[in-house]
Design a protein around this ligand. Structure first.
Ligand code: AMP
Length: 249
């Protein structure tokens, strides 16, 4: 079974995000970019399936600018076999990404597509769900465990107040949650080897997908700063302030 894994290039999770002065979005110039953390988990899971003999090939795909090749090379260095870059400079919205990945899936015929539950830049949490609907495939969202059986998979999902295990028919789309695994680091020899692994380049037009924006960002704001605290001398003063100033008692 071939496993297709989506990887998105996003602002590194350690970077302190700054909003652009005109409020149209966040500053991306000269900012460290990395693989979306949920996608690292997806790549790791696909590699573990391959190591367990459940998957035959791991193909990674990214939709984004030429620089997204770096992100794909990271996935190849972790151990993926092959990469596909669907190149565009547009900020591609989840529906367009899902349509493109559908096209890739039709060409590649994977038995499983592993998608991150959410991209940490737009926090949409939409792509996997839209993809499964477009393909007409089963889906298992927010997976914290994936077990592949004969033509089916058991997916344990993180739901409010606990874990739910569902059985889905393959081919399917699974979205990954944080507790699924701990992604490996790429070793230096593997980073070198990854430079020679195959990477195909396509464009959204190859899949007949228009990436023009459908949504308009009205504004982007920094979260409000926290007000400085004060020290009180007595419990009575604390109670008084909670009652008369904070209004919480
Ligand atoms: P989102 O729906 O935007 O929160 O993204 C959820 C997941 O969809 C991400 O973790 C990625 O696996 C995948 N995804 C979203 N955008 C892209 C993209 N441009 N290229 C590849 N994968 C993407």
């Amino acid at each position: 079974m071939k496993v297709l894994v989506t990887v998105k290039r996003v602002v590194d999770y350690n970077v302190k995000i700054r909003v652009k002065p005109d409020g149209t979005g966040v500053e991306l110039a000269n900012v460290k970019m990395s693989m979306n953390p949920f996608d690292e988990i997806s790549v790791e899971e696909a590699l573990r399936l391959k190591e367990a003999g459940k998957a035959s090939e791991v193909v990674v795909v990214s939709v984004g600018p030429a620089k997204a090749e770096e992100t794909l090379r990271t996935a190849l260095a972790m151990g993926a076999d092959r990469a596909i870059l669907v190149e565009t400079d547009d900020a591609v919205e989840p529906l367009a990404v899902a349509k493109i990945i559908k096209g890739v899936a039709e060409a590649e015929q994977p038995g499983l597509i592993i998608v991150g539950k959410q991209a940490i830049d737009d926090d949409s949490n939409q792509t996997g769900q839209m993809l499964s609907a477009l393909l007409g495939w089963a889906q298992g969202t927010f997976a914290s465990k994936i077990e592949i059986g004969d033509g089916k998979a058991a997916v344990t999902r993180e739901v409010d107040g606990g874990l739910q295990t569902i059985e889905i028919k393959l081919p399917a789309v699974v979205t990954t949650d944080l507790r699924l695994n701990e992604p490996r680091y790429a070793s230096l020899p593997n980073i070198m080897k990854a430079k020679k692994k195959p990477l195909d380049k396509k464009t959204p037009a190859d899949f007949g997908v228009d990436t023009a924006a459908r949504l308009k960002v009205l504004k982007t704001e920094e979260p409000g700063g926290r007000k400085a605290g004060i020290k009180v001398k007595t419990v009575a003063e604390l109670v008084d302030k909670l009652k008369n100033e904070a209004g919480v008692l």
